[in-house]
Design a protein around this ligand. Sequence first.
Ligand code: ADP
Ligand code: MG
Length: 586
Amino acid sequence: MGSITVLPDILASQVAAGEVVERPASVVKELVENSIDAGASKITVEFHRGGTRLIRVTDNGCGMDRSDALLCLERHATSKIRSTDDLEAVLTLGFRGEALPSIASVSRFMLSTRRREDESGTKIEAFGGQIKGVQESGEAPGTIIEVAELFFNVPARRKFLRGEQTESANLLQQVQILAVSHPEIAFSCIRDGREVFRLAPTEDTAVRLRDLHGEVFLKKLLPVRSIEIHGIRVHGWIARPGEGRTDRTQQMFFVNGRMIRSPVLSLPLREACDGVLAKGLHPPAVLFFEMDPAAVDCNVHPAKREVRFRDPGLIRAAALHAVTSAWETAAPVGDFSPRVGADPLFPPIINKHWSPTPFSAQRELVPVADLTPSPAAESARSAEPPSCIGLQSTSSTSRFLGILARRYLLFEDQESLMMLEIRAARERVLYERFLSRLGSGDLESQRLLLPQVLEMSPADIAWIDAHGPMLRAAGLFAESFGEGSLKVDAVPADAFALPVEQIVERLVDELRFLGDTPSLNNLGREALAASVSRLVAAGAAVPSGEDAARMILVDLLSCRLPYVTPKGRPTMIQFPPGELRRRFTA
Ligand code: ADP
Ligand code: MG
């Protein structure tokens, strides 16, 4: 006799539960997602002892009739997809029809549900996946699900649960994430009989974030204004340059409303912070990505926490662009301390075409809590043409103090102290120069006296061959030259001082993330200009004296966005006289 048998349904559900239901927080995720899919406008989550004793989710959604209520405990029963085509374009949070039977199979389970149009509702009780009773019930329209004694019949799973505090914290975080993704839904959360939070519905995610995490959290963030890149719409919040935490609990990414974790999203954020944040710190961020559902496969993880993107390169580029554009449009006031700067609840009124006035006026231009601009801000904005005279005056009234640690230029201007980071400042200057050059053609390149042959991995060479136009736009002329060799004919003119090998390696590293974007659109040009500027700035020498130092200041202050590098690193920090005095006050 063969040894293969078909698993009984309950056992199959318990096996599936191992994937879908890891811990109380995952139960809450599935139940609340169902409530959201059911169109609820109010959801209450109660739990006891970290969710191991009891989890109760109550919603005012569409409810189920008696036959659906019975059916939803069957494996693969779902009302959300009917065909493979539907799976291509899932808009609901659930679609696998696995959660309820899985949860029911490892708990004492109670479902009470009623549709608005029905006289009475249905109440079902189950024990370890076996239905124990079905009755009529008289609850309000909507659905209540109780999950008690989670894993009572799977001791192995129970052993993997952490302490009550940890499970509670996970569970709360899960509810918070769901609440952030749906600010229009009222959420309450009750732990061991005591209310943890009650959130009023709002249209504004910022209000929801503030209600949950407080004003201080919000102050750390800058708004990412909605932008669309290659059909991907991104908006949300990103930490101000320099803000970071050792964990990623304050990073939330939503793809089409679904919270996901993905290195495709978290890595570019960390990368954008290179040089601003110490290694091991992560910038808080709340980012929403909206895209064609067909561009993302949600059906790769049983708990749907991970997704597969059809084109990760584009997502990466969109994430990076969102962050840097938020940093660029925010008005950096000399120092980046969180007390100053735009209130993130109210996006900065500074627009990209406005050129900044000198430091002394800068602070006036940052809108504070109310949206009524100060008279100074008004006049500065209506000043035509944008005041460049002011900029030059800063560079001419300032006094050069010296170079610190071969890295910082120090200037004094009307009792305030200005520090420029040489490399960051150069990056900004070069970036703007390259970007405008790319607008009308390719970057200048410098032909090598003799072509240079480099040894490289076949994969890198194949990539270089496939991206000729992009590399030539950057000023690099290179092609494969037999097995494992690359022939380089010309390099970006401004990078000429660097070893050829370094130029090629760094450029390829920098540009690879652009994915397979053969044409140079705006985004491609920005990324290209950023990469080459980083490359060139890294290879440039420390200015030799006052004239060269002043030149950097003059060049920087004539930039469109002088205060940050294309990746959002600050280029200069200013201590106004008041600030210095404050720091020396007892
Ligand atoms: P899925 O969400 O993948 O469809 P579930 O097992 O989570 O699978 O739920 C099965 C079905 O039960 C859902 O498709 C839905 O029709 C119904 N359902 C579950 N929870 C609710 C709820 N809170 N309100 C209304 N219907 C629900
Ligand atoms: Mg579901």
